[in-house]
Design a binder for this molecule. Sequence first.
Ligand code: CP
Ligand code: NVA
Length: 315
Amino acid sequence: MNVETEPKQKKVSLKGRHLLTWKDYDREEIVYLLERALEMKEQPLSEALAQKTLAMIFEKSSTRTRVSFEVGMTQLGGKAIHLNSRDMQLGRGETISDTSEVLSRYVNGIMIRTDSHQKLEELASNGNVPVINGLCDIYHPCQALADMMTIYEQKGRFAGVKLVYTGDGNNVAHSLMIIGAVLGLDVVIASPNGYEPLDFVIRDAERLAAENGGSLQVTSDIQAAVNEADVLYTDVWTSMGQEAEEQERKKALAPYQINQGLLEQAKSDVSVLHCLPAHRGEEITAEVIDGESSVVFDQAENRLHVQKAIMEALL
Ligand code: CP
Ligand code: NVA
């Protein structure tokens, strides 16, 4: 992979690590996972996780995350168990720490999609198997790794790539900011007032960008932001759990839509990404998401490859 990394000092070993946020990983480790994901895309089947089991706890809906983790375990010779938190004792008040202790006695890893990042940290600190964040209120790291793989496939590099995320400064934006900073991209987040990324994530991403040769800009000026963009990215305006705010969000975020007019202000070979599910006519027009610049289905496919690389390395 054509990424400016220090000469390899150590063999990358991620066995037993949690993946809650990319803040905990360095560039060499992330590049290692991306390289494995690219290899696995070519050679999908192995027995690397034969006899191993992944518990997948869902407290929110999912199509891609659920199916790609489950298929990924199958392709690596292991098995994934889908657990809906409402059907678990967790839904009746059993604590996260007890759940974590117990699951650790049965399975080799836990993937969880939940509302609070704190729950993830609790799960990670109480069990003794790797915990993988399948989306929380602050981060969506597996998505961001697939996004970086897709950007690499499109652009062949990270350094100097201008990635413009427009819309709600949410979990998807946060993970892009962090991983983009570690990999040395020039990340621009264009959000209206009141919908900016969280301050502490901005500070973390700024520090990581300075350490790794990338940059981060947060602005409300979408027109200036989109100029010379290599990649344009957006996500839903109303994330899971924010349904009560839908009408006000639609109003505030409307100027941040990715449409043909905006696309034409970016570079002519701009790639359009969206983590999906998409709402055509809201954050992105049908013309753009179904048009030639869009790589959203490659991006969705890459969830499978990167998560296999993550599971192989951590489990
Ligand atoms: N992008 C993403 O995480 O999709 P799902 O909500 O369908 O898992
Ligand atoms: N920001 C969205 C991402 C969905 C994959 C949400 O949290 O609902």
